[in-house]
Design a protein around this ligand. Structure first.
Ligand code: ZN
Length: 426
């Protein structure tokens, strides 16, 4: 009897909870304003949208990040795709985009009609320009879909507040463009930029499906400081390719300022220096550039590799002969770049090795040495001969091209130097 009573009281308890619950639900749904229900009506008018060719309204899209050492076969089997179909998919994919090329760290997107069903397709994007569709329903198919790519000309201008880099970043320009600006205007020493310097440029912007993805080539650029104005015009044909100034002189330095980007001088050229490791006075006939370990070391000019060697003091080092007058040497490398050995021709800016601290070195840096007629010199105080100018016969064609680019550049005004820039802080 007691048991029945307990059972009944439990029932009462359950029902009362249900009753209170339904009242709450009623109050909640009716409590919401009439607007909510009104918007529910307009939802049906939203146009259909498609993702990877599938109607977004009728499909589930599940992003799946690929982990290291994961096997596509295992991932697919976990999702209910049987072994024979995986083999067939693997075979068909081989001709379009091998499953082995799907990289860890990236994602694939599974597409299902019903959340609980096996996926009817998955998609991988190797780059923003295209995607690969692996269809798993009925007939297995692998297709590469190229997206709509547009290249548009864009312009930008700005004023330097602390450095060109921070100013361009502030203008929303991507890091590649900042690097390219240094190529376009290689004659300008951007590390000596002054607050108030003005710049403008015309460049390509690559759009995929109407969205800007990244910047392309710079066509023209101008940089104005208190002293002068420098121009860079892109000019290319079968004989010439690169940036030239207003007169047609190549915007290139005979030698790069430093063999490593984003480095700083930790010890300058000093014929009478106290050596930190040897603890005695020893001439330092090089310039030390401190940089992060593994940073690429560049050839400062075109030339031929004459030495790739190791000594206790120098560690791993490379020597380059540029012409009959100049040679350069790069010390303490962690390793050499692939293919770099005596007899190999290198171009200015080419990676020849990586920053390290092999040999007699306290931390990761490049000891950079410069020879002129067999004698070590301080390259930072040397006046180098200018690069060969453009041939006279080429100039009329160049000037025509330059004038076109100049006209476009003139249409962009320099940003005004107003009082807001008087404080120059950022
Ligand atoms: Zn040194």
């Amino acid at each position: 009897m007691y048991k029945v009573k307990k059972y009944l009281s439990d029932l009462v308890l359950i029902f009362s909870f249900l009753f209170i619950g339904s009242i709450c639900f009623y109050l909640y749904t009716n409590g919401k304003s009439a607007e909510v229900r009104d918007t529910a009506v307009t939802v049906t008018e939203v146009p259909e949208t498609f993702k990877y060719g599938f109607n977004e309204a009728g499909h589930f899209f599940e992003d799946y990040p690929i982990k290291r050492n994961a096997f596509m076969g295992d991932i697919l089997m976990d999702r209910g795709i049987d072994f024979d179909r995986i083999l067939e998919l693997e075979k068909k994919a081989e001709k379009v985009f091998s499953l082995r090329k799907i990289m860890a760290g990236k994602s694939i997107t599974f597409i299902k009609e019903d959340e609980c069903e096996a996926p009817k397709c998955f998609v991988y994007e190797p780059n923003p320009m295209s995607f690969i569709r692996f269809d798993l329903s009925n007939e297995i198919a692998v297709t590469k879909v190229d997206r709509d790519v547009d290249v548009c000309m864009q312009s930008a201008s700005g004023i330097v507040t602390s450095s060109l880099w921070t100013s361009m970043k502030k203008e929303g320009l991507d890091a590649r463009l900042i690097d390219k600006m240094e190529d376009a205007l290689a004659q300008v020493y951007f590390d000596q930029s002054q607050p108030g310097d003005q710049y403008k440029l015309i460049f390509e912007m690559i759009y995929v499906d109407g969205k800007p993805i990244r910047s392309g080539k710079i066509y023209s650029a101008a940089y104005k400081s208190d002293e002068d104005i420098n121009y860079g015009f892109f000019y290319a044909n079968d004989k010439y390719s690169g940036y030239y100034d207003f007169e047609g002189t190549p915007n290139k330095k005979t030698f790069l300022n430093a063999p490593v980007k984003y480095s700083y001088i930790s010890s300058g050229y000093n014929p009478n220096r106290f050596h930190p490791i040897l603890k005695r006075r020893k001439a330092h006939l090089g310039t030390d550039y401190a940089a992060r370990r593994g940073a690429p070391i560049m050839a400062v000019a075109d030339g031929v590799i004459t030495k790739r060697s190791y000594t206790e003091g120098n560690g791993n080092y490379i020597k380059i002969k540029h012409d009959d007058v100049y040679q350069t040497q790069y010390l303490h490398m962690s390793k050499f770049a692939r293919g770099i050995k005596p007899g190999v021709r290198v171009r200015q800016g080419q990676t020849i090795g990586y920053v390290g601290s092999t040999g007699l070195a306290t931390g990761p840096h490049v000891c950079f040495r410069f020879w002129k007629n067999g004698k070590q010199i301080n390259h930072r105080t040397e006046n180098f001969p200018p690069l060969n100018p453009m041939e006279k016969s080429e100039l009329p064609t160049f000037f025509k091209e330059r004038d076109n680019l100049m006209q476009e550049l003139d249409e962009i005004p320099f940003k005004e130097r107003n009082m807001a820039y008087a404080g120059f802080s950022d």
